[in-house]
Design a protein. Sequence first.
Length: 172
Amino acid sequence: MALSLADLRTLFAFNSWARGRMLDAVGALPEGAYRKDLGNSFGSVHGTVVHILGAEELWLKRWHGESPTSLVSPDTFASFAEVRRRWDQLESEYQRFLAALTEEAVLRVIRHRDTRGNAYATPLWQMMQHVVNHSTYHRGQVTTMLRQLGARPVATDLITYYRLQAGQEKPV
């Protein structure tokens, strides 16, 4: 069963909210802690945040008919401020994409190649659902790294978002 356009817009509103909370928490780190290799999948908080950013950029490009061959490198960014600016730009692109999307468009099958050149054909709604799931997974890694660094992580759970939207919970 396909997700509706309304469902997808809700998921992307959640993703934006959770990303903003994560970036605010990460932005409080000193640069040395932000770049410290903690032995995670992508080394540091910086590496993980840039991986999430790169993946979200890559999927949006696929939805526009491109097949990028790689993700943006963490070395592209000299500071967290540069990463945050790139996120702000990407968020604007996502908002334009979501605003133009139709119920019929979410059902269309998109053909693309992954970064290794393998060909796929996937309905847009599945790709979109994957983006949010992927970002959620890696935000969890960032939460663990923030704890390892002695920093205060923030709640970014979907149920927290729903409760806040309903006025049932105070942000923490």
